[in-house]
Every structure is written in structure tokens, then in C-alpha cells.
Design a protein around this ligand. Structure first.
Ligand code: PHE
Length: 357
């Protein structure tokens, strides 16, 4: 009897050790297989007498049944464990946030342009767009920069087909041509609506003021961390009968403080030269705090519109006066967000760009 109990115990232990169905089947063979322990015991019965055969046989059968039961139990347990594992690995966590469709956003420079337009819009400025391929006249000559003027060399640029042989069309080097284009249009329209004869010399009557900004792409042969062959500018122009340099200072100071959300931002108007303004000034700003605090940073060129330019607008310079400025939205974007390499704006790297939307 004792021997049978040992066999049952060791079968249970063997089944318990099996951690996968295949191992369990191997363990089963050791006891119930052709030459397993139970089968061997059965074979031993052959040599016994009828009485012994009967009682021993019954005992062996009970042991066999006990082992089969243990086997079934273990099979069931392994199947349950397998099922548990599968359920766990296929589990769906309904509390996880869903995956969203990729969302686009505006380019950081576009955000700046929108901001510039909104701020100047609130000061009554119109927004105008002009061509990127420009004629020599609008880009230079009309802006008091004749063909042999040395200031042209500061605007080394890309020339394209079209236009006269000695003055081909070009990719505009600044947005200043829009001063002329917009003003000429403004004067023509005013003359049309008031019935004043067109083209009869310079206009010297009364007229609503010209107040416009003209943002857009501009081009020069330049390329490093702070210069790109394609960059943005935003022109500003205010012309009327009584618009002075102090208006320029007020308007631009107000703009910068609003743009950078800093009431104590300082501005400096540093004397400079542009053919189309007289006097002229570079505009520098200085932050009181933040990583750029204490350094003067150039953000725009500006000045009082030159009488020759007023003339090319079709206006009488004895009557009309104004100011203009040209600023760099790329630069403003770099300063606002603390970006140190201009080229990042134009590389199209989504890892950089997605930080702004
Ligand atoms: N067009 C000038 C430039 O590109 C900037 C400027 C605009 C200066 C208007 C004065 C007035 O450098």
C-alpha cells in the first residue's frame, strides 16, 4: 500500500514540476505510459495467485485513477494559466488616451506676421501684398537709388529674365518697392473717386492718409546662421500732411512693446543711411530682463520718406510728408522664441516646427 502512495506522490510532484503541456505529457508517460510505473506494476500481477491478484489489482487501479485525476487537474491548471496569460497580453486599457490624427499648425514666422498685422491693424494700418519678382524701377530707381548708386551693392541679389537689358527684373531685395506701388495706387484711386484729373503733375490736394504695412518674402545673396537667401520683411508706411519722426517713434515703440508684451522695452533710433529716407535711423531694442537683457538688438531700418520718393508716389513733397520702416519678422520671431539659428525656420524639420503649434 505504502509503495502505491509513494508512486502517487511522486506522480503528483512530477506533474507539478511540469510548467508546460508538453512537459506534462512526458511526465505522464513515466507513470501511465507503456513502460511507466503503473504499467510495470500491472505486469507484475501476472506472477501472482488469484487472491493476491484481485486485491493488489484493485489497489493498483485506485493508484492509477488517483494519478489520472492528478494529471487532469494539472492539465486544467496549465490551460487556465495559459488563458490568463493570453488575456493579459491582449488586454485593452480603455483608460489610455486615444491616438489623435496629426494636427497642422502655423509656421512660427507666419504666427509673427499675423501678430504684426493684428497690431498694426489696430492702429489703422492696411495690409498690402506685392510681387516677389520686381522691376528695377520699383526696387531701386523709384526709391531714389539710381543705377550707379553705391547703395545697390548692399542689395546683392538674384536677377531674372524680363525687363530692359540694362535693368533686368529681380527678386525683390526688400519690401520697400511696396511703398511706391501702394502709394501710387492710393493716389490714383483718390483721384478717380474725387474726379481729379489723372497724371496732371504731382497731387497737392487733400487726401486720406496712407497707412499701410506690406509683409512678404525678400531675397539677397546671403547665407549663414542669421542670414538666409530668402527672408521676410515687413514694410510700414505712413504718409500725410503732418506726419513727423515723432509719430514714427511713437508707432514703432508701441508696436514693439505690444509685440514683445513688455512695457519697459527700450528703443533706440540710431542715425543711419538709406537712399529713400532722410533722415534715416536703424531701430534697436533692448530688453530689461530675460536671456537677452541689456544688449541692443537691431530690428528695423526707418526714416522720413525722401522727397524724391514722395514725388515718385505722385505726391507733392511740399505738401506731403511721412515715415517708413522695414523690419525683419524672422529676426522678431527668433527674439520672441529664443531661436538662435535662422535656418531652422526654413529646414522644414517637423521636430522644430511642431513646438510652435
Ligand atoms: N528697405 C530697407 C532695408 O531693406 C529698410 C528700410 C525700410 C529702411 C524703410 C528705411 C525705410 O534695409
Amino acid at each position: 500500500m505504502n509503495e502505491f502512495n509513494n508512486v502517487i506522490d511522486s506522480a503528483r510532484a512530477a506533474f507539478e514540476r511540469a510548467s508546460a503541456p508538453a512537459e506534462l505529457e512526458n511526465a505522464k508517460a513515466l507513470f501511465l505510459g507503456k513502460s511507466g510505473r503503473i504499467t510495470e506494476l500491472m505486469k507484475g500481477l501476472a506472477t501472482l495467485g488469484a487472491q493476491e491478484k484481485k486485491s493488489l489489482g484493485a489497489a493498483i487501479n485506485r493508484a492509477k485513477q488517483a494519478i489520472e485525476m492528478a494529471l487532469d487537474e494539472r492539465r486544467q491548471a496549465l490551460a487556465n494559466a495559459q488563458m490568463q496569460m493570453q488575456l493579459q497580453s491582449e488586454a485593452l486599457d480603455v483608460t489610455l488616451p486615444g491616438r489623435r490624427r496629426g494636427q497642422g499648425g502655423l509656421h512660427p514666422v507666419a504666427l509673427t506676421l499675423e501678430r504684426i498685422e493684428a497690431i498694426f491693424g489696430s492702429m489703422g494700418f492696411d495690409v498690402a501684398q506685392g510681387p516677389e519678382i520686381e522691376t528695377d524701377w520699383f526696387n531701386f530707381t523709384a526709391l531714389n537709388t539710381p543705377e550707379d548708386h553705391p547703395a545697390r551693392s548692399m542689395h546683392d541679389t538674384f536677377y531674372v529674365e524680363g525687363g530692359p537689358q540694362n535693368a533686368p527684373n529681380l527678386l525683390r531685395t526688400h519690401t520697400s518697392p511696396m511703398q511706391i506701388r501702394y502709394a501710387v495706387q492710393h493716389v490714383r484711386q483718390h483721384r478717380a473717386t474725387t474726379g481729379t484729373a489723372q497724371g496732371e503733375g504731382l497731387f497737392a490736394g487733400s487726401m486720406p492718409e496712407i497707412r499701410v504695412i506690406a509683409p512678404g518674402r525678400t531675397y539677397r545673396v546671403d547665407s549663414d546662421a542669421t542670414h538666409s537667401p530668402m527672408f521676410h520683411q515687413c514694410e510700414g508706411l505712413w504718409v500725410g500732411e503732418n506726419v513727423s519722426f515723432k509719430d514714427l517713434k511713437f508707432v514703432f515703440t508701441d508696436f514693439c512693446r505690444t509685440f514683445f508684451e513688455s512695457d519697459d522695452l527700450e528703443l533706440r533710433f540710431r542715425p543711419s543711411f538709406f537712399p529713400f529716407t532722410e533722415p534715416s535711423a536703424e531701430i534697436d531694442i533692448r530688453f530689461q530682463d530675460g536671456p537677452l537683457a541689456g544688449r541692443w538688438l537691431e530690428v528695423a531700418g526707418s526714416g522720413q520718406v525722401h522727397p524724391n520718393v514722395i514725388r515718385n508716389m505722385g505726391l507733392e513733397p511740399e505738401r506731403f510728408i511721412g515715415f517708413a520702416f522695414g523690419m525683419g519678422p524672422d529676426r522678431l520671431t527668433m527674439l520672441r522664441y529664443g531661436v538662435n539659428d535662422l535656418r531652422l525656420f526654413f529646414d522644414g524639420d517637423i521636430r522644430f516646427l511642431s513646438q510652435f503649434s
